[in-house]
Design a binder for this molecule. Structure first.
Ligand code: FES
Ligand code: FE2
Length: 422
């Protein structure tokens, strides 16, 4: 869709000339069936719930604009299927989880997890309806405590993708947390490429959760990797240089190192504390879900609580005084309007992310095969970590900034060289 950019307003008290709200960028924002971005997303396995949420009842959800139920039958199979029964549309969230599959509560039709209809109790014994008809189902599996589903064309189903961070020596990993935000997926994902906000939003008085060392001004940089891109923020404290590297892996994964400890306490490399998928539920609702990681034996503070400012549970006035990520991102509008933005120097990562996603969308539109890399036994290399180096400052402030950037890039290159090429 063509949109008109809002005027670059130069007039004082000029809001009158700035009232029209252009359309969002539909190519990147819309995810329903048949939309360009929706079809792109459907080429990738997506996590939908934590496996231990699947108890004796089905879970009703909405993924990429489609209403679904997710359940685990009594034989342990995981099902992901259309919400509405193919008979007369009753919602299978009221279905009866069975020894095999799920049974609709209305007239008792029984569906296996692949969509086959196993019983149509009210029909004559010689009815062949159940042999001719299938209910809509998607492939689903449990991987280390997360349920993933594949919603794309059946003949394009890729192997389940595995990252090297899923089995790190000396680390433990669990699924969770999972939380929903009422806004478009892209603005949430953009935040993971927006290192600049760490220095402002997360240092507002009263804000909690991060080490104060994050308030030290950083040098930012971005580099492409074999699996996506990284942002690097590098900062100095005396003779110590702290390099933080976060992965973005298209279309919607990011990994970032822990940010709670002060620089002095970082005596070894930290691998990413989280692998997070930003899953579009629909155009204006988004789920954050993923794995959470700590060193072996460490506690999991984020298991049930996503952290300060990551939801709307605090009183409104308190959120106004000390806003968090939730407040900043959800209120960019239900779908942030790019034609109203004025991107600045700190938004390079945001632009890179948008370009990457747009390239992927267009590849799928052009008929190319687009899918994740890495499989069990041969995982995809990733690059997020942090490290503290002992490097005295350069002679001048400018030279030191240049030095910090160089150290950050060297660190990424080192990891790229050490890891398998794809
Ligand atoms: S509506 Fe589901 S069995 Fe009739
Ligand atoms: Fe943040």
């Amino acid at each position: 869709m063509t949109t008109t950019r809002a005027p670059f307003l130069t007039q004082k008290f000029g809001a009158y000339h700035h009232r029209e709200v252009p359309q969002p960028d539909d190519e990147l924002a819309r995810v329903g069936p048949g939309t360009p971005c929706g079809e792109y997303f459907r080429r990738f396995w997506q996590p939908v719930v934590m496996t231990d949420e699947l108890k004796d009842l089905p879970i009703r959800t909405r993924i990429l604009g489609e209403d679904l139920i997710i359940f685990k039958d009594k034989s342990g199979q995981i099902g992901a299927m259309e919400l509405h029964c193919p008979h007369r549309g009753t919602s299978l969230e009221f279905g009866i989880v069975s020894d095999r599959g799920i049974r609709c509560c209305y007239h008792g039709w029984l569906f296996d997890v692949d969509g086959r209809i196993m019983e149509t109790p009210g029909e004559p014994a010689d009815s062949t309806l159940k042999d001719r008809l299938c209910h809509g189902a998607y492939p689903a599996l449990d991987y280390q405590g997360l349920v993933f589903i594949y919603m794309g064309p059946p003949d394009k189903k890729p192997p389940f993708p595995v990252l090297d961070t899923y089995g790190l020596d000396g680390y433990q990993m669990i699924a969770g947390p999972r939380y929903n935000w009422p806004c478009n997926w892209l603005q949430v994902k953009e935040n993971s490429m927006d290192a600049a906000h760490l220095l402002y939003l997360h240092t507002l008085p009263g804000s909690i959760g991060f080490t104060e060392d994050l308030t030290i001004p950083a040098e930012w940089d971005y580099m492409d990797t074999p699996v996506g891109t990284v942002y690097i923020d590098t900062r100095r404290k005396g003779d110590k240089v702290w390099i933080r590297i976060a992965d973005f892996i298209p279309p919607n994964i990011h990994q970032f190192p822990p940010n709670l400890l002060p620089i002095e306490q970082r005596t070894e490399i930290n691998h990413p504390m989280a692998t997070t998928w930003t899953v579009p539920l629909d155009d204006t609702n988004t789920m954050q879900i993923g794995f959470h990681r700590t060193k072996a034996g460490g506690p999991f503070p984020m298991r049930t609580n996503p952290g300060f400012g990551q939801d709307d549970s605090r009183p409104y006035e308190e959120r106004q005084r000390v806003p968090g990520d939730y407040d900043a991102q959800v209120n960019q509008r239900p779908i942030a309007v790019h034609d109203l933005e004025h991107l600045a120097s700190t938004d390079r990562g945001v632009t890179m992310l948008r370009n990457m996603v747009r390239r992927g969308i267009r590849l799928v539109q052009d008929g190319a095969d687009v899918h994740s890399v890495g499989v069990e036994g041969d995982p995809a290399p990733t690059y997020s970590h942090d490290i503290v180096l002992d490097v005295p400052p350069a002679a001048t402030e400018d030279a030191d900034q240049e030095l910090l950037r160089e150290l950050g890039r060297q660190q990424v290159n080192k990891w790229i060289d050490q890891r398998p090429r794809l």
